[in-house]
Structures are given as C-alpha cells and as structure tokens.
Design a protein around this ligand. Structure first.
Ligand code: BES
Ligand code: ZN
Ligand code: ZN
Length: 529
C-alpha cells in the first residue's frame, strides 16, 4: 500500500514552464510521426480516494504507468489542491508518448467491500462506475483505442466499460451513431497476465449478455415481433444451444389456452421458444422462464397512451433469459439449462379476449380474465406448467409483471418471490457479486385468497384491489408451479434506467441479467444441475 503512494517530493520541481512547453512539443511530435490510430490511443488509470494533498494513492497498475511516465502523472495531479473524490476524473494529455490522453478516475476508498445495509459490494460497484465514466469521457474526446486499469478487480472493470459503451443506435444515420471503441485490459505490469486476461474476458462476457438483453428490449416492437425475437435468439445462440421455435398449432396441441388467449388479439403469430444448453449431462436441468410480450397495449383493458412506448420492453424477462444463456454458453459453464419463452403481442381487436372471458390453462385450471392488461401471468402460467414436464431442479422466471413492484421497490432492486430459503440465499449472494440487487417479497396465502375468490372460474387474473399488486400476481403464478425450488423475479421496476445505475446509460437496462448468470454459475458449482 505504502509503495503505491507517490510522495510529492523533488519531482514536483520538474513541473515548470519547460515541462508545459515540452507537452506541446510532444503534441506536435505526435502529429508528425504517428498514424491516426496512435493519436487515438488512451489510458484509464485508477486512484483511491485519499485526503492527502501531497500524495496520490495509485492502484498497482497506475503506479507503474506513473513510473513509466517519470512521475508526470502524479506531478500533474498534485498541481491541483483538491484531492480526487470517488467517481471524479482528471484527464491529462501528453504525459506518455504512447497515449494521447491519460484519464485518472477515482475508485473510492481502499479496502471497501460488502455493505450489509446496501447489500452490495461497494468496492466492485465503485470500480464499475469509475471506469464507465472514464471510457465515456475518452470516447467524447475521440479516442478509439482504450487500455483500462483492472483497478484490483479485473472482472468488475471489464463489466463497467463494456456496459457503459453500449448504445442502441442501429436505426440512426451513421453520423449520429456513437463511434466504435476498442477496449483492452492494461495487463503489461501484471504478475499473471493469463489469469488477468481470463478475468477480463469473463467480465466482458457478463456485460455482453446484459447488452444483448438491452438491445432486444430497446428494439421497437414493429421490428421485434415474436417471430423476429426467435430469429435473433437463433442467430445468437444456435452454435451453442439447441433452439426450438414452436408455433401456434403446437401451443394449441399443448392446450396452452391461457397463453393463446393473450396472443389472439394480434395479427402477429405467437411463438413459444424452447432452448437447451447442455454444459453437462443431467436429468434435472435448471429451468428459466421469461415473459415475452413484445408489446403490451393492455388489450381491451387498454393502457393510457402516455408512456406506452415503454411497453416495447415488456419482453424484458424473455430478453434477460436470452442474455443469460448467451453468457452461460460463452463461459461454457458446466450446467444443464432449459429455457422457455412464450412470445406474443397484447393487442385490442375484434378477436381479442374480453374482460370476463374464461380461459383454460395447460394444467386444466380455469381463469376468469377480468383485466386483459394482467396478461403476463396468463402467458407465464402455461410456460411454467410446461417447464415442469422436464423435471427441473429449479425454476426461475423473470417478468416485467406489475407496475406495483415499481411502486414498492422502484429501480433499487428486482422483487423476488420464492418458496425456497436456500434459493433466495444463493440469488442474493449472486446479486452482491453483480451489483444488480434483489429484494425478497412474500408469497403468503393472504394473497392467494385474493385470486382464488372468483365468480366464474378457478382463478381470477386480478386480485380485486390494487393493494399488494405484485404479491397477488406472484400468488397467481404459484398456482401453476409444483417445484420446491421456484423463484419468480418481478423486474418491471428495473426495466429501464433513468440514471440510477451510473454505468448503464439511459434506456432499457437488461437488469438483472448478470445476477442470473452469477446465480447459474453458483448453481453449476453446487449441485448436479
Ligand atoms: N407489463 C405490465 C407491467 C409493467 C408496468 C411493466 C410498468 C413495466 C413497467 C403488466 O402487463 C401490467 O400491465 N400489469 C398491470 C396489472 C394490473 C392490471 C393488475 C399493472 O401493473 O398495472
Ligand atoms: Zn399488461
Ligand atoms: Zn405486460
């Protein structure tokens, strides 16, 4: 620790006018002998928060780069009296002929870790946020090749930059798109370059999974129909997974009356995706289920038009399942996963389900559909029933299910309803690693009563009053699950990011993809899934 603190000693004398003019010489020099690529090379270095005004507490890598630059980095930083605070940055130019910009980013206090009240690893989160800010600032400066400090946690550093650099601008003119940036880990001073590269790759793959979820969620619903969703998933996963695309006739033959009752209002045909990743042989796969409503108008119980465009993200559960599978398969985790994704649109029309209609789910239970906007639970009911046929060791479903979970938790955490203490503990542990939090919610009989009191059928698809809306929705799903290890994640509150998560831009968030990948990783180590 002491070794990485650079003292403001004799070196500071070097920082005088001649040094400044040398900077300009260097700049001209760059222009003279370098290719444009060299011009665009930049470096991100981490420093810890440090009260002292005469020393810089560098990370191990940053200290080496400062030495390489004859201490110029620390000298320049110390010319300003105010020490860097967590999340703040300083950009330096012409301190190292290899890089046109060196951006120093503060990663918080040394030794920060798990915070019990926040249920998050603060050290890892600060690194993600600090490198994210750094690479975005460098992209603004036109840098396109950035070497990034591992900041003592290579995986978190890789996650932070790869998540930050995501943008969905495929539909914009070339000139309005964000420029492409190549990022790599600064491994040159590492004792064990191979393991550092491996960690970096893992972080990048975790981010890649979440970025696939974000892309799918952000895509407009006229382009991302159920059919197109299936096509993209096939394209992304086909070489690592088996992808079966089932059609409406298949769903009819399976007696998925609940799922089909939602799809019937739209001219877009429904699709039921079944995906298998076999990273190991086992008779009890881990089952993932995702709500795939590619657009939710509410149906006949139509939603207000303001903000309805966000309902293109109502396939967030499906997207997070696809994103998780991409990462799990790229990481080649030794686990057997089966995924089930019902996809359809929820539209009002002459053929749409009407309030008061009664439909029959795959397990024979009848459902009175009093509100056609509570459609997520209807499509999940059949998908959950179907998943049970494969003897899964656990079932984890994800769904942008209720506005009520947003009222309860906001974007702070995904709501988790589970019948297993053990599963809850594992998921929570996974979320501490990912920084994408979860919060446990109740599955009391109290809520079951609200949906079983029904005039015409076994179940009503709404709970009667708005109170406890996320809990009645979960209680409804519970009627279609027998598995002793079931987790339902209501992700409506975390669907989009409006600035809460520093390393995710504004827009669809892809949360909690990385938590689920970490959870599957944990499960792959513990059981014979
Ligand atoms: N897709 C919505 C839930 C939602 C709301 C997702 C906000 C993302 C952001 C869901 O299908 C829905 O409309 N739920 C209703 C249920 C109600 C009718 C019982 C809701 O939450 O209002
Ligand atoms: Zn709805
Ligand atoms: Zn919905």
């Amino acid at each position: 620790m002491a070794a990485s603190i650079v003292k403001r000693v004799s070196r500071v004398k070097k920082l005088n006018v001649s040094h400044i003019s040398a900077r300009y010489k260097l700049l001209t020099g760059f222009r003279h002998f370098s290719t444009s690529k060299q011009w665009n090379k930049a470096l991100v270095l981490g420093v810890y928060e440090n009260e002292s005004t005469d020393s810089i507490d560098f990370t191990g890598t940053a200290r080496k780069f400062d030495e390489k630059a004859d201490g110029k980095i620390s000298q320049l930083l110390l010319t300003v009296k105010k020490p860097l605070k967590c999340g703040k940055t300083r950009t330096l130019h012409a301190v190292d002929p290899e890089f046109s910009s060196v951006l120093v980013t503060c990663i918080g206090k040394r030794g920060e870790g798990y915070d019990e009240l926040e249920t998050v690893d603060k050290g890892r989160e600060s690194i993600r946020a600090a490198v994210a800010k750094a690479v975005l600032q460098l992209r603004e400066l036109g840098e396109n090749e950035i070497e990034v400090d591992s900041c003592g946690d290579t995986e978190a550093s890789a996650e932070g930059c790869h998540l930050a650099l995501f943008s969905y601008d495929d539909l914009k003119a070339e000139k309005s798109r964000k420029p492409a940036v190549r990022i790599s880990c600064a491994t040159r001073y590492s004792q064990d370059k191979n393991s550092m590269e491996k960690e970096w790759r893992k972080g990048a793959i975790l981010a890649e999974g979440q970025n696939l979820s974000r892309r799918l969620m952000e895509m407009p619903a006229n382009l991302l129909t159920p059919t197109k969703f299936a096509e993209i998933v096939k394209e992304q996963l086909a070489d690592k997974c088996e992808v079966l695309v089932r059609d409406k006739d298949w769903a009819e033959s399976m007696k998925m009356g609940s799922f089909l009752s939602v799809a019937r209002g739209s001219v877009e045909p429904p699709v039921f995706l079944e995906i298998e990743y076999k990273g190991r042989q086992s008779d009890s796969p881990l089952a993932l289920v995702g709500k795939g409503v590619t657009f939710d108008t509410g149906g006949i119980s139509i939603k207000p038009s303001q903000g309805m465009d966000a309902m293109r993200g109502d396939m967030g559960g499906a997207a997070c399942v696809a994103g998780s599978l991409l990462s799990v398969s790229k990481l080649q985790l030794p686990v057997h996963v089966k995924a089930f994704i019902p996809l359809c649109e929820n539209m009002p029309s002459g053929s749409a389900t009407k309030p008061g209609d009664v439909v029959t789910a795959m397990n024979g239970k009848t459902i009175q559909v009093d509100n056609t906007d509570a459609e997520g639970r209807l499509i999940l009911a059949d998908a959950l029933c179907y998943s049970e046929q494969f003897n899964p060791s656990l079932i984890l479903d994800m769904a942008t299910l209720t506005g009520a979970i947003d009222v309860a938790l906001g974007a702070g955490a995904a709501g988790v309803f589970t019948n297993s203490e053990n599963m809850w503990n594992k998921l929570q542990k996974a979320s501490v690693r990912s920084g994408d939090r979860v919060w446990r919610m109740p599955l009391f009989n109290h809520y079951t009563k609200k949906i079983t009191e029904c005039q015409l059928a076994d179940l009503n698809n709404i709970g009667g009053s708005r109170s406890g809306g996320a809990c009645t929705a979960a209680a409804f799903l519970k009627e279609f699950v027998n598995n002793k290890n079931w987790l339902h994640l209501d992700i409506a509150g975390v669907m989009s990011n409006s600035g809460d998560v520093a390393y995710l831009g504004k827009g669809m968030s892809g949360r909690p993809t990385r938590t689920v990948i970490e959870f599957i990783n944990l499960m792959s180590k513990e059981t014979n899934n």
